[in-house]
Design a protein around this ligand. Structure first.
Ligand SMILES: NC(=O)c1ccc[n+]([C@@H]2O[C@H](COP(=O)([O-])OP(=O)(O)OC[C@H]3O[C@@H](n4cnc5c(N)ncnc54)[C@H](O)[C@@H]3O)[C@@H](O)[C@H]2O)c1
Length: 253
């Protein structure tokens, strides 16, 4: 899909990949860009970019859906929705039930809250695009990040299902699945020491990920893989699941 003259909405847009997407999309001459984030700084970021900023928690169904409806009323449509807000938590069995719920609410339910507004909206227009920022962790798992990897797998399944169910209605779904990206999420992760095995394929700048997202949207690809190695790893996983599990086991620090 070409982004020229499109109304675009991005969640988790005050920082990191979401903000990089907003900056990159501006080069494509969209009609409008609306940024949503729980962090109030989204207002300043938006005004710097000449975009609209909305403070909202994507896990609060009513609040989030009312902002989406507000944007539809103001701009006339949402043509591209980037469901990008996410949280990452390291840890395994010690992750509390409360933290599991937080991961589930942000990394999975937020996409569902949005889909309940956007799928009918896009069906009525017979066109629309949803980009969900998942992660390579949703395809290839991630040692020592049990709740993150599990909820990102759920997000992947959700994206596949939306694409299968609504593709015939003119709705395109893509998943953005990078490995590590140089954002606050990674910088603030104390358990990611410089020699951590997960760093072996490198950390991409958010700008490179945003550029790959634009190329993927242009080509209407379901799977957008900024780290090219990921395609090879998925093939290996499908070819021999047991060998793949043994290989990933070697990444356990
Ligand atoms: N950084 C990475 O290595 C990496 C890799 C793969 C996928 N991802 C995914 O990319 C997406 C963006 O992550 P990032 O690296 O830019 O992280 P980030 O922490 O820099 O940015 C995330 C943004 O989401 C916002 N946010 C968090 N919870 C929210 C909520 N409940 N409601 C509204 N906004 C909320 C934060 O305020 C922040 O501005 C996430 O879904 C993440 O899982 C990141």
């Amino acid at each position: 899909m070409k982004l020229q003259d499109k109304n675009i909405v991005i969640t988790g847009a005050a920082d990191g990949i979401g903000l990089a997407l907003a900056k990159r999309f501006l080069h494509e001459s969209p009609k409008s860009i609306s940024l949503i984030d729980i962090n109030k700084s989204v207002k300043d970021m938006a005004s710097e970019l000449g975009a609209e900023g909305y403070v909202a928690d994507v896990t609060k169904e009513n609040q989030f859906q009312s902002i989406l409806n507000q944007i539809i009323n103001k701009e006339g449509s949402i043509d591209l929705f980037c469901s990008n807000a996410g949280i990452q938590q390291f840890g395994t069995l010690e992750t509390s039930t409360e933290d599991w719920q937080k991961n589930w609410d942000v990394n999975v339910m937020s996409h569902i809250h949005a889909a309940k507004v956007l799928i009918p909206h896009m069906q009525s227009r017979k066109t629309g695009y949803i980009l969900i920022t998942v992660s390579a962790a949703g395809l290839l798992n991630m040692p020592s990040a049990l709740s993150y990897a599990t909820t990102k797998h759920a997000a992947m399944g959700l994206a596949e299902n939306l694409s299968i169910m609504y593709g015939n209605d003119g709705i395109i779904v893509s998943t953005l699945c990078p490995q590590l990206v140089d954002t606050n999420m990674v910088r603030s992760a104390e358990s990611l020491s410089d020699d951590h095995p997960l760093l072996k394929d490198g950390i991409l700048p958010a700008e490179v990920v945003a550029d790959e997202a634009v190329k993927g949207i242009d080509a209407e690809k379901f799977l957008i893989l900024p780290h090219k190695e990921v395609a090879k790893y998925i093939q290996g996983k499908a070819y021999d699941y047991d060998a793949w599990i043994q290989a990933v086991r070697k990444l356990v620090p």
